[in-house]
Design a protein around this ligand. Structure first.
Ligand code: ZN
Length: 166
């Protein structure tokens, strides 16, 4: 069993402790617990064993099991350790699309005047090296500013008899 001191809570005289033991699939990690600064777990383990043996003797038991879980329970019973309530929250910055980054330097949407125009590409005419460039509003989805640009910017756009409808 490794008794790990995670960190000292500055100024209040307490430490935060975690414990781990076992190997592979038996590996256990418990905590954190708050206890007074610098607890001596070797000395406490001796007290714990003596205490449990004495209780077993008093009850005239034929066996007395001591283990890591029970040691921790014993320390909690005696208020040597106090369990800390853990709070789990999940925050997913990447997928939280309600709060995505929308650059304010993008053009303002002419429809809703709230969203910004995000560059998108539409219909492609690959044989003419042309693709439709447009702006799509991040708020209402309105599209505007359609015009054709070179699909491959390293090659010329090929001519077209049919003018692209604006
Ligand atoms: Zn809009």
């Amino acid at each position: 069993m490794n008794a790990g001191k995670q960190f000292n809570i500055a100024g209040c005289g307490n430490d935060v402790y975690t414990f781990e033991w076992g190997n592979y699939e038996d590996w256990r990690s418990v905590g954190p617990y708050i206890g007074t600064f610098g607890l001596d777990f070797r000395a406490l383990a001796v007290d714990y064993r003596r205490d449990r043996y004495a209780s077993a003797e008093a009850a005239q038991k034929d066996e007395c099991r001591v283990d890591e879980d029970d040691f921790i329970a014993w320390m909690i019973e005696r208020a040597i350790l106090t369990p800390v309530q853990k709070t789990n929250s999940t925050i997913d910055f990447y997928y939280d699309s309600d709060n995505r980054y929308i650059p304010q330097h993008w053009p303002e949407c002419p429809e809703c005047r709230k969203g910004r125009g995000e560059q998108e590409y539409g219909d492609e005419r690959r044989h003419l090296n042309r693709v439709v460039s447009l702006l799509r509003c991040t708020n209402c989805g309105n599209e505007w500013g359609h015009h054709e640009v070179a699909n491959n910017p390293n090659l010329p756009m090929l001519g077209d008899d049919i003018a692209f409808p604006q």
